[in-house]
Ligand binder design. Structure first.
Ligand code: SF4
Length: 325
């Protein structure tokens, strides 16, 4: 698991925000602000954080469904950020996306067969009869039946629809799948089924995943490594066990303290923080300073950079090794 399949360097997405009143100047919202990471072949990198932290924007920029403001993305040795739109369309054969809301992402007027055939047509794969056979095969791969091909999305349950979304992403035999909150809209029992399906497919088809979610419990179930995002920046990145057993960033600790544990006798210490992410952002220093119970003067002036502090474990915090944390 050492080959780097995807490399993201200093990725940024700034959206203009019109100022109130008569001012003609515009502010920017830094949805993603200098995110760098690598994804190794065959692994699942989980990306977690609260709503608005930039995790979905990051996923969409990798697919170039959103154009980055700055930064570079390398996939399988090719710089995606330098490709033309038509070159990028071709590159998408190897990297596909699974979306949160399978109903919204499946055309309600198309049969499942038409939905699954579409990526094959776009990429010029097979003739009509080959494509029909592939549709049947992939329906079976995701645990559906070939007779489902003639049905429409509304005739399926939420879990089945997400299986169709996964089948559509698999049709072009991609190397990387970016799954953006793929189980958030599903009941807990169905979530486990879809996660198990994704794990099985990863092994069988040698897939690499970026798994984006707000739920740390779900991410733990499937990820090899996990990156935690806060207000557009990556604040911690580590192997799954290291992150969940020994989190170093105060924000990660807060997130973990609110994950339910399925043991009623276990009393977990709940870490409380001030405010919410919608408050005005500090101009200097650490973005978490207003909510962090450990903030010092240095935190108000010096931006903590993400740095590796243990093998495979990086954190962006001045006080990551202070005992009071
Ligand atoms: Fe808290 Fe300072 Fe660390 Fe930011 S750098 S998380 S404010 S201790």
């Amino acid at each position: 698991m050492t080959n780097v399949l995807l490399k993201v360097e200093q990725l940024k997405k700034h959206f203009p925000k019109k100022k109130k009143g008569f001012s003609k100047t515009t502010d920017v919202v830094k949805a993603v602000d200098g995110v760098s990471f690598e994804v190794y072949e065959g692994e699942t990198l989980g990306i977690v954080g609260e709503s608005g932290c930039g995790k979905s924007t990051t996923g969409r920029m990798i697919m170039r469904l959103l154009e980055p403001t700055d930064g570079k993305i390398y996939f399988n040795g090719i710089e995606l950020t330098s490709l033309s739109k038509s070159e990028m369309r071709k590159a998408r054969r190897d990297l596909q996306m699974v979306f949160q809301d399978p109903y919204a992402s499946l055309n309600p007027r198309h049969t499942v067969e038409q939905i699954l055939e579409e990526p094959l047509i776009v990429h010029g794969i097979g003739n009509k009869s080959v494509r029909k056979e592939m549709v049947k095969e992939f329906l079976q791969i995701v645990g559906l039946n070939s007779y489902h091909a003639k049905r429409y999305p509304h005739q399926f349950s939420g879990g089945q629809r997400q299986r169709i979304g996964i089948a559509r992403a698999l049709m072009t035999n991609p190397k990387l799948i970016i799954a953006d909150e793929p189980v958030s809209a599903l009941d807990v029992s169905i979530q486990a089924q879809v996660l198990n399906l994704m794990k099985r497919l990863q092994e069988d088809l040698k897939l690499t995943y970026i798994f984006i979610a707000h739920d740390l419990g779900v991410v733990r179930h499937i990820s090899d490594r996990v990156g935690v995002m806060y207000l557009g920046r990556l604040v911690e990145l580590a192997e799954c066990e290291s992150l969940y057993e020994e989190p170093l960033h105060p924000y990660t600790k807060v997130l973990l303290s609110s994950v339910p544990i399925p043991d009623p006798t276990y009393q977990k210490e709940q870490i409380l923080i001030q405010g919410d992410v919608a408050e005005s952002l500090p101009k200097n220093g650490c973005l978490f300073q207003q909510r962090c119970p450990f903030a010092t003067e240095a935190c108000k002036t010096i931006v903590p950079e993400l740095k590796e502090v243990k093998p495979g474990h990086s954190v962006a915090c001045h006080l990551y090794d202070e005992p009071q944390q």
